[in-house]
Design a protein around this ligand. Structure first.
Ligand code: SF4
Ligand code: SF4
Length: 186
């Protein structure tokens, strides 16, 4: 295991996983199935990994039959079921353990990959994700404060003004990268 991988795993307390297998039975991505296939054909590693383990359900109803609670949670988060494809892993076993454990791709090793991942109610990561989301919100609030502090700086020196504009742009990126999660209102 290289250092990069160790860092990832250090950030995720894997012991929290209850090994219920629910996230393996109903998952989705922000890309359509057709786009994923094209990305995989073009050599995108993430798309190839995903399609290497996950198979699309025929319909949202078919996914709901596997885990209605999780599917509805994800749809609620997305705000639509239009064009959404759900997937189930072909390696998940009856006892909820992974049948591909040693060779599971990074997307499985790094799950949940962001604090904003939608997990089923009762997932062992629920509280941890909530805590990580609060950390993100704190970062955004701090970024907004810094923008205000910069706005209050008084200078007419063009070089300084240019530097301030550059710093503001960088800070704004922190806010914008969380926009879809509501950072405008934090
Ligand atoms: S849903 Fe949560 S607790 Fe269950 S297997 Fe997935 S990560 Fe682990
Ligand atoms: S490969 Fe294993 S860990 Fe990954 S989704 Fe499938 S069953 Fe879950």
């Amino acid at each position: 295991m290289d250092n990069y991988e160790k860092n990832w795993l250090n950030k995720r307390p894997q012991r929290l996983c209850k090994m219920c297998g629910r996230c393996c039975r109903a998952s989705t991505t922000s890309n359509s199935y057709e786009k994923l296939v094209k990305m995989a054909e073009a050599g995108d590693e993430g798309a190839r990994d995903f399609l290497g383990v996950f198979e699309p359900y025929e319909s949202v109803e078919a996914a709901r039959a596997q885990d209605g609670e999780l599917v509805d949670n994800i749809l609620k988060e997305l705000g639509t079921s239009e064009g959404v494809t759900f997937y189930g892993c072909k390696f998940i076993k009856e006892d909820n353990l992974c049948g591909n454990y040693e060779n599971r791709p990074l997307l499985c090793r790094h799950c949940p990959s962001t604090p904003w991942a939608v997990v089923p109610p009762g997932c062992g990561f629920e509280n941890w994700l909530m805590w990580k989301r609060e950390e993100d919100k704190h970062k955004v609030r701090r970024a907004k404060e810094q923008l205000q502090e910069l706005d209050l700086m008084v200078t007419s020196d063009p070089e300084t003004l240019e530097k301030i504009a550059g710093v503001k742009q960088t800070i704004q990126k922190t806010i914008d990268m969380h926009k879809k999660h509501g950072s405008d209102y934090w």
